[in-house]
Write a protein that binds this ligand. Structure first.
Ligand code: SF4
Length: 470
């Protein structure tokens, strides 16, 4: 059973500032490498046997990480994490330089007295679906091993479970331990672990939906003004990413020769030239989504929303609504909070990992989050918010993950544009109705999870089926 509750996942867990191109294959492995680095130092210090001789670090990448890790730059991300760099605060250029630096000088100083050898081309291994003759615990599994004279002296298995979240596996029990989110017990003023319970809390309290989360965060020690300040930073990264995407040309890295097109599309829609046909919002949401996802594909600074593959959809919807409806920054922050509730419910009851459930877990989740956030920002009730999220999920059920060459480019970039348009439509549909509908969000999430379990592995971020076959 998932030990996590939806009300224990903060909006700041769902929206993490980091680097592209993938949250599960880039950010997660980088965070895992950074965590291992700290853990290895602590373990050796605790053992107190001084510095063992001839230390070598080996990293094993399994399953989907192995199959699509090259396209997702997992190797570069692991090198950056092992070098002590972090996705949020380190310079993007420094992150992507780390692997070459290690090729030049294959030694890591884990602490002032702990130097280990690690060469990316010799000590990083791309492996299969089994570990020590047993199945791996998750499609995105990493094992870090510290060896002294060919003997393993410390090792850790860490899972990258989507959206930049990691879960170390307990050495004794084999159980997964959610990391980075609070599993501490708090008596929250407004507990909820389902959409139904969330609606109930909103109705009973008479508070706006976002205030439920703000009150819970406050109980955990994060006051409203600090929370809003951090949400504002996230909105600023959205904006900066859109701007960079709209002003950058060129070919995306990875060898697929995908031409960046956000800039020229934006020039077309702002040139004043009449187009053949245009919907009321025109191509704006699509172009904004493409701008962010091109930045993501180029390894730039993005925010998990809830993943990197789906990082363009929410910024596109929020920016479009901000421009069309003149929304305040506070309203946008409220929208982010409500969107995060939906992301947390999906993470808890289904999955936000393409390797686990396909793209329904990434672009599908993002669409549901954006639709819910948009509905909240436009004054919808809790029922309408839930309906909008359900529409967003329902019409992505079964969507596969089949990125060509394992790169987060085709179909990912355009898929965010399509998802943004669907999210706006879902919000509009729910706002025009009374929130009554047949399938609840809670039920749709169960269906999503089962659909993901039933989905053939070749359609779950392995680049061995679907569009990936060319
Ligand atoms: S197809 Fe979807 S799930 Fe797969 S990498 Fe692309 S955005 Fe992520």
């Amino acid at each position: 059973m998932n030990p996590l509750r939806a009300d224990h996942i903060s909006p700041l867990d769902m929206f993490k500032i980091g680097v592209g191109p993938s949250s599960s294959h880039t950010v997660g492995p980088m965070v895992a490498a950074l965590a291992f680095r700290k853990e290895a130092v602590r373990a050796l210090e605790e053992a107190g046997q001084g510095r063992p001789p001839d230390l070598v670090l080996q990293v094993e990448l399994y399953g989907s990480l192995s199959l699509t890790g090259k396209g997702h730059q997992t190797d570069g991300a692991v090198c950056a994490g092992l070098s002590g760099l972090c996705p949020r605060d380190s310079e993007v250029a420094a992150i992507w330089r780390a692997m070459d630096d290690l090729r030049q000088n294959p030694y890591l100083d884990l602490s002032p007295s702990l130097r280990v050898k690690f060469h990316p081309d010799q000590d990083l291994h791309w492996l299969n679906w089994t570990m020590d003759d047993g199945p791996i615990p998750h499609p995105n599994t990493l094992r870090f091993r510290l060896l002294s004279q060919d003997r393993v002296i410390f090792q850790e298995v860490i899972l990258s479970v989507g959206g930049g979240f990691i879960e170390p596996v307990d050495k004794e029990t084999g159980e997964r331990k959610p990391a980075g989110e609070s599993t501490e017990f708090f008596k929250l003023p407004y507990p909820y672990n389902s959409a139904e319970e969330f609606i109930e809390q909103v109705k009973k309290s008479g508070l706006p939906p976002w205030q439920i989360v703000i009150a819970n965060e406050n109980e955990r020690g994060l006051n409203e003004s600090d929370l809003r300040c951090k949400l504002e930073q996230i909105l600023n990264v959205f904006d900066a990413c859109i701007e960079r995407g709209l002003t950058t040309d060129g070919i995306l890295p990875g060898g697929l020769n995908v031409k960046r097109r956000a800039r020229s599309l934006y020039q077309q829609i702002t040139s004043g030239k009449p187009s053949t046909w245009s919907s009321p919002m025109g191509l704006k949401p699509s172009v904004y989504a493409i701008a962010v996802n091109e930045e993501n594909a180029a390894g730039g600074r993005v925010v998990t929303a809830p993943t990197n593959g789906s990082s363009g959809l929410i910024p596109a919807v929020f920016r479009t609504l901000q421009e069309c409806q003149n929304l305040s920054r506070e309203t946008l922050q409220n929208g982010l909070i409500v969107a995060s509730v939906i992301g947390a419910l999906v993470k808890t009851h289904a999955s936000i990992s393409g390797a686990e459930v396909g793209c329904q877990g990434e672009v599908g989740t993002s669409c549901a989050m954006a639709a819910a956030g948009a509905t909240a920002m436009l004054g919808g009730s809790a029922e309408q918010i839930e309906q909008a999220a359900e529409i967003g999920i329902e019409h992505h059920l079964g969507m596969t993950c089949d990125p060509i060459k394992g790169l987060v480019q085709v179909p990912c970039i355009e898929r965010n544009a399509m998802g943004a348009v669907k999210a706006l439509n879902a919000a509009e549909l729910s706002l025009a109705s009374d929130g009554q509908h047949l399938i609840s969000l809670d039920r749709a999430l169960l269906v999503m999870k089962q659909t993901g379990l039933d989905m053939n592995q070749k359609y779950k971020e392995t680049a061995t089926g679907g569009l990936a076959l060319g």
